[in-house]
Design a protein around this ligand. Structure first.
Ligand code: A3P
Length: 294
């Protein structure tokens, strides 16, 4: 069985100029022509920036984590992944079967590949960005345990792949910058940093509520904060991905560490210096600022 599992690991290729695997392009016609509704709320990120955390927060805010029938299915059914497509999970179908309103939708697409309809309908979009070093570490461990992702290979090479835009969903630099630039012209993007959420979850929740035009009671806010803490979500099977067959949590848990600065346990001094130099060069003309520690 291990052999079959390994054989499932996909190849990557260039798609519209972005490194992708078939799991994100096989349903492209439907994704591209997806019909958004004006009240759809989108959670957009480069992978591993805190998508699941934000998905849970938003779902808890709107619905207390519950579907119409009172059930709490796993988060990937409450906040379906738009472009994901395999035999078991078809993002567009899952979204269409949602009974709740607004619909909550997850995407990792770079801003230029987002289906036109979301812009036309003037949908609210929450974008979460996370510092590149922690993002990379998180992605590396995710690629080790997730058999629908390409093999990560050795860590040293992984850093190069990250810098060269060779991980799925392409360049982190282009992703965070593309969405940042878009947020200056499209007012309905709420651009949030993972580090800010860790530093002060209550402050970030209030800012999020203003953006969504929600005014939950203090009790409701406290409940959302409590249920979306890392330790709570790690224990809750509904909050994460423990039932996904492609995930081998004996290799690395999906809810891994949830902290800022774990990169220090992975980068050697030399790797860190080289990365910092590359980072400075790439971000020279950017007014985006990331915190590598808090
Ligand atoms: P680590 O691998 O660094 O632990 P995504 O949901 O975009 O795939 O991101 C996953 C990352 O977010 C993982 O990071 C995971 O542990 C972290 N995460 C998930 N829920 C969290 C929470 N409630 N608080 C802090 N971090 C969380």
């Amino acid at each position: 069985p291990e052999q079959t599992k390994m054989a499932q690991r996909p190849k990557t290729f260039e798609f519209e100029g972005i490194t992708m695997s078939r799991y994100f392009t096989d349903n492209w016609d439907k994704v591209k022509n997806f019909k958004a509704r004006p009240d759809d709320v989108v959670v957009a990120t480069y992978p591993k920036a805190g998508t699941t955390w934000m998905s849970e927060i938003v779902d808890q805010l709107y619905f207390g984590g519950m579907q119409k029938d009172g059930s709490t299915p796993p988060v990937y059914e409450r906040v379906p992944f738009l472009e994901f497509y395999n035999e078991t999970f078809k993002g567009t179908d899952l979204i269409e079967s949602l009974q709740t309103s607004p619909r909550l939708i997850k995407t990792h697409l770079p801003v230029q590949l987002v289906p036109q309809s979301f812009w036309e309908q003037n949908c609210r979009i929450i974008y979460i960005a996370r510092n590149p070093k922690d993002t990379m570490v998180s992605f590396y461990h995710f690629d080790r345990m997730n058999l629908v992702q390409p093999e990560p290979g050795p860590w040293e090479e992984y850093i190069h792949k990250f810098n060269n835009g060779q991980l799925v969903f392409g360049s982190w630099y282009d992703h965070v910058q593309g969405w940042w630039d878009k947020s200056k012209s499209y007012s309905k993007i709420h651009y949030v940093f993972f580090e800010d959420m860790k530093e002060d979850p209550a402050r970030e929740l209030s800012r999020l509520c203003s953006f969504l035009a929600l005014s939950p009671s203090e009790t409701h806010k406290q409940s959302v904060l409590g249920k979306t803490r890392f330790d709570k979500m790690k224990k809750s099977t509904a909050a994460h991905f423990s039932q996904i067959p492609a995930f081998d949590e004996s290799v690395s848990p999906f809810m891994r560490k949830g902290m800022v600065g774990d990169w220090k346990n992975h980068f050697t001094v030399a790797q860190n210096e080289a990365f910092d130099e590359e980072y400075r060069r790439r971000m020279k003309n950017s007014d985006l600022r990331f915190r590598m520690e808090i």
